[in-house]
Design a protein around this ligand. Structure first.
Ligand code: UDX
Length: 437
């Protein structure tokens, strides 16, 4: 087991630090945000991630995990330093690397002994080589570090599970000593099945973008198929099920919806486009996934307006679900943003409800009403639109809802409501790519 410093305590840094301490390593999670560190040391976890609080508390009490804003001291104590800072999208799709470069600078001046320097943040292909030269310029003795790329494949809402039981762990390095050290920190993972994969640095960086953009492409593809199903009277659920039975396709990420959101897919696809353009290469598939996704989000508002025969002026609509997906409070790039804009832009009024994302969305839309109870949010509304596939929406008491709402219109953008029930209760409804009952 090793002594590890994680630089950056966002989604990736926090889950990685907690996970590696769970594997028996001694981990110091660091951040420049002293307030965030103080909260973490007092047991307040700044993000909602199922299972994270418990794993953090357990490893703090076992003295394997601690939080500090003294990044320099943490680096000097550690054998492995993992960069997990944010790499937000900058102008025209370029990645803002300022946090990464700042972390590398801090590492460079605190290499008091040999360390493995590892990047877990999603960074443009070629960054590893840049980091190696940035550090080499600072330190006289190049034997003081080796560099590895170790991209993350964590989904929000299941990040702890994805870390503790990964499909694969990609280690990009050509140095066997560094590779062995990385295998050591992940040792509990390959006691039975070995998910460790060694590649070159650039290959590891590419695997991250290639994986995310393919998953996003799958979603945009099934969304276009769903739209065509609607026009042709086919059922996208049956299409996706039969497609998924082909092992080469798999049924995963073939669920049609309002479009993908989150902090990764949109950013990573734009970054990949930007990287390819810099090499005068086009990525038509990635570009198509982005365009289709933008159109799909806009399409939801049009579907809703069509249900009101083209006019939602002064209509009150309950938007159920604000997070970009279930089991997270993250609203970044959420399709809920587009549907709220569409409703407000066409003179409608919005009642908003999400089990945990109300507060995050209120930072974007201040002048809509938020409810902490689903049934209060639908009282006397003309229509309902479901945007996030929260489990509580799958078990809605539709009979009760029909009684308390004023109108009878429902747009189910996640295909989670039973169409027989909707019809029998007299709802006028729409969804994505289904043959209506
Ligand atoms: C994604 C990748 O899955 C993960 O491997 C990477 O490390 C980070 O980006 P995340 O964005 O957290 O994870 O969530 P994910 O579950 O991938 O969903 C992304 C978006 O796609 C969500 O808006 C979700 O609603 C949507 N989605 C997903 C679909 O519309 N249909 C699907 O079948 C799956």
């Amino acid at each position: 087991m090793k002594k590890i410093t994680i630089i950056g305590t966002g989604y990736v840094g926090l889950v990685t630090g907690a996970g590696l301490s769970e594997f028996g390593n001694r981990v110091i999670c660091t951040d420049i945000d002293k307030n965030k560190i103080e909260k973490l040391n007092s047991g307040i976890i700044p993000i909602y991630e199922p299972g994270l609080e418990e794993i953090i508390k357990r490893n703090i009490s076992d003295n394997r995990l601690l939080f500090s804003s003294n990044i320099e001291d943490a680096i000097m104590q550690s054998e492995v330093v993992i960069i997990a800072v944010g790499t937000p999208m900058g102008a025209n799709g370029a990645t803002d690397m300022s946090f990464v470069h700042s972390a590398v600078e801090t590492i460079s001046i605190n290499l008091n002994s040999y360390k493995v320097v590892c990047t877990k943040s999603t960074v443009p292909i070629g960054t590893g080589k840049e980091i190696i030269s940035q550090i080499s310029k600072k330190v006289k003795n190049n034997n003081l570090f080796d560099y590895v790329s170790n991209p993350e494949f964590l989904r929000e809402g299941s990040a702890v599970k994805d870390f503790l039981w990964p499909d694969r762990v990609v280690i990009g390095t050509d140095n066997q000593n560094a590779y062995q050290i990385m295998c050591d920190i992940y040792r509990p993972l390959y006691i039975n099945k070995n998910p460790m994969t060694q590649t070159s640095i650039e290959t590891a960086e590419m695997i991250k973008y290639a994986s995310n953009s393919f998953l996003a492409l799958k979603i945009s593809y099934i969304n276009e198929i769903a739209n065509l199903c609607e026009a042709l009277g086919a059922d996208v659920h049956d299409v996706a099920n039969a497609m998924g039975q082909d092992g080469r396709i798999s049924e995963k990420f073939l669920h049609p919806g309002p479009g993908f959101g989150g902090s990764c897919f949109p950013k990573d696809l734009e970054a990949l486009l930007y990287i390819s353009k810099n090499k005068s290469l086009s990525m038509e598939t990635v570009n198509a996934a982005i365009i289709v996704n933008k159109n799909q989000k806009k399409r939801m508002a049009n579907k809703l307006i069509n249900l009101f025969d083209g006019n939602i002026n002064n209509r009150k609509i309950a938007v159920l679900g604000l997070a970009f997906k279930a089991n997270t409070d993250d609203v970044r790039e959420s399709p809920a943003i587009d549907i709220i804009k569409g409703i407000l832009g066409n003179g409608g009024i919005v009642n908003a409800y999400d089990p945990i994302a109300n507060n995050e969305m209120s930072k974007i839309f201040h002048d809509i009403e938020y409810f902490d109870n689903i049934y209060d949010s639908v009282k006397n509304v003309d229509g309902i639109v479901i945007i996030t596939e929260w489990n509580e929406f799958r078990s809605l008491d539709l009979q009760k809802i029909k009684k308390i709402m004023k109108g009878n219109i429902i747009l189910d953008t996640r295909n989670i409501l039973d169409m027989d029930e909707l019809s029998s209760l007299g709802f006028v409804y729409d969804n994505i790519g289904r043959i209506k009952k």
